[in-house]
Write a protein that binds this ligand. Structure first.
Ligand code: PMP
Length: 388
């Protein structure tokens, strides 16, 4: 058993069936979907078919699907596109992915005010605090659906209710606030329905659910005003100009279809593997601190601290031992910074600096999980003994 890949929140392997569905659009059917000739029409047909499939699978309308290069672009498009011109006010969760958190910092630099919701120790934001943060000039509320570091699922429906309630009590009938939801770690893993979630926009990325890297989408509620990030073409109604990546869109739709078809079985399998890994590490690498929910989060994610070990040292030892995982920290110019997500949850230093993220997929076997647990526990014991 060589490399054990338990870093599926970073990316997942593309399934052969997805690659096969994409192949014709990388070889024979290479037309530009904007071209009027037969080759173009064939590409357009495949693109619009992919758009319709994605919409149907996620409870959206086809004209609500904007294909992007991934979720970083989709999140930037939502934050900048919905916030409009400064001055203005935005409310955000403190546990957003950098592709939301950094655009928010940029908004602050150009004259927006940003207020942050509190988070609790298991990684959930406290929706009831929203009422105290909203303002008549709030343009955008942004809260992710499932956190990439802890797996905690966020109370989007409660946030929506809080906003409606606040607008009613404050007699502000025309509150312009949009709600954006980064659903990257949830789509293709747990059921997500755009219409029922009731948000203005939602981002997703194909490579998190066994689709290709380099394509994602922003779902945008019909009739919403959005300022584009790019200019120079009329594609996708000018909201995201540029020649659409037909093969990647087909890959995204196919991966989503497979995820939907096999969803329940995959979830059950991953949940059992997560329990198996958690139990083994609690037994063999104690003391272990769980950062995030014991149950009820996205099943793929396990964020654990091993007090007495430094996460960066553990990551390196595990890489040498053939375990691909990640620290709970953000990498910046080669140095590891403590995770802002765990900090927002009130995690104290010792736990913060020893946090590791293991993220699973249904492709893993029980034997791989058992072997991963053995290698992790051995590395933890070694580092604790040497004081690293
Ligand atoms: N949001 C979340 C929650 C993520 O986990 C990621 C990927 N790490 C992104 C956004 C960015 O996605 P992409 O890699 O498609 O740009």
């Amino acid at each position: 058993m060589d490399l054990i890949y338990i870093d599926n929140n970073a990316t997942t392997p593309t399934l052969p069936a997805v690659w096969e569905a994409m192949r014709p659009y990388l070889t024979d059917a290479y037309g530009n979907p904007a071209s009027a000739h037969r080759a173009g029409r064939r590409a357009r047909q495949a693109l619009e078919d992919a758009r319709e499939r994605v919409a149907a699978l996620l409870g959206a309308q086809p004209d609500e699907v904007i294909f992007t290069s991934g979720a970083t672009e989709a999140n930037n498009l939502a934050v900048f596109g919905l916030a409009g011109d400064p001055p203005g006010h935005v409310v955000a969760s403190p546990i957003e992915h950098p592709s939301v958190a950094e655009p928010l910092r940029r908004l602050q630099e150009i004259g927006f005010r940003v207020a942050y919701l509190p988070a609790d120790r298991t990684g959930g934001v406290r929706a009831e605090a929203l009422a105290g943060l909203l303002r008549p000039e709030t343009r955008l509320v942004t809260v992710m659906l499932a956190n990439n570091e802890t797996g905690a699922i966020q109370p989007i429906a409660d946030c929506r209710l809080q906003i409606a309630d606040w607008a009613m009590k404050s007699a502000i009938c025309n509150l312009q606030s949009a709600i954006h939801c980064d659903a990257v770690q949830a789509v293709g893993r747990v059921p997500v329905h755009f219409g029922e979630l009731g948000v203005t926009s939602l981002s997703l990325s194909a490579h998190k659910f066994h689709g290709p890297r380099g394509v994602g989408a922003l779902l945008l509620r019909r009739g919403t005003k959005l300022r584009p990030l790019f200019f120079g073409g009329h594609q996708q109604h000018g909201r995201r100009p540029g020649t659409e990546p037909v093969a990647l869109a087909v890959g995204l739709a196919t991966a989503l279809e497979l995820a939907e078809r096999e969803g329940a079985a995959r979830r059950e399998r991953v949940l059992a593997l997560r329990r198996r890994l958690l139990d083994a590490l609690r037994r063999e690498a104690a003391p272990v601190v769980l950062n995030g929910p014991e149950e009820g989060g996205i099943p793929h994610t396990l964020n654990l601290s091993f007090p007495g070990c430094r996460a960066d040292a553990l990551l390196m030892v595990l890489d040498l031992a053939g375990v691909a995982c990640s620290t709970g920290s953000a990498c910046s110019s080669g140095s590891l910074l403590p995770s802002p997500v765990l900090k927002a949850m009130g995690v104290h230093d010792e736990v913060l600096h020893s946090a590791m993220r293991f993220s699973l997929s249904a492709l893993l076997s029980e034997a791989e999980i058992d072997e991963a647990a053995r290698r992790i526990a051995a590395a933890v014991r070694r580092l604790r003994a040497t004081g690293d």
